[in-house]
Design a binder for this molecule. Structure first.
Ligand SMILES: [Zn+2]
Length: 206
């Protein structure tokens, strides 16, 4: 006795129906995953934007890489701005053309750190560098951190610091053309190129 044709048809239909439902479910699942993906990115974005709140966030993020007594003045990746030497800024008449430091940026409000052991000799407005920290490392060596946000400094003149001590937040004060850190190194009062200096310490810049 054969299976009635209408049963076969019904089974086939139901199989087809099941396939359709399965495909629909898969489709819906993919759509939901695609829709939720940005939600997973939002916390990361929030973590990033928290750095723009200077007063509370300075020094609360990841710490900079350190080699011996020295470290980077910022934690993690950064955008390279102007290097040392002749570097005019297009559209900025007041910016220096002979650049005395190395510009790096992670965005307004990101934390700036002391690069080495020393004593703070400047903490505040400092000529064209705006809100500035200078650290005397001894032996005639001074590092300078320029253009930080007003009100963001975490150190005062006379403070002892080490590599990784948070000093302030990236800003756009003084003769600056957008938020960045002007990182300057002086030996005997003369600015030297930070790139070979840092490279020799095992802390190559970009
Ligand atoms: Zn600069």
């Amino acid at each position: 006795m054969g299976v009635p044709a209408f049963v076969v048809t019904a089974l086939a239909r139901s199989r087809t129906a099941r396939r359709i439902v399965t495909m629909l479910l898969a489709g819906v699942t993919i759509l939901i995953l695609v829709a939720l993906a940005p939600l997973a990115i939002i916390p990361m974005a929030l973590a990033g934007t928290s750095l723009t709140a200077p007063a509370a966030a300075v020094g609360t993020g990841p710490v900079p890489a350190v080699s011996g007594d020295w470290g980077y003045p910022v934690a993690g990746d950064y955008f390279k701005g102007r290097g040392f030497g002749y570097n005019p800024v297009g559209g900025c008449s007041y910016c220096s053309t002979d650049h005395q430091g190395y510009d790096m940026s992670q965005g307004c409000g990101s934390s700036i750190y002391a690069a080495g052991t020393g004593t703070v000799i400047t903490a505040g407005a400092f000529s064209g560098w705006g809100n500035t920290v200078r650290i005397d490392h001894g032996g005639g060596l001074v590092t300078l951190y320029g253009h930080m946000q007003w009100g963001s400094l975490r150190v005062s003149v006379g403070d002892a610091v080490i590599a990784g001590t948070a000093v302030g937040a990236e800003g756009n004060t003084g003769r600056s053309f957008g938020c960045h850190l002007h990182y300057e190194i002086q030996r005997a009062g003369i600015a030297i190129d930070p790139e070979p200096f840092m490279a020799a310490l095992g802390l190559p810049l970009k």
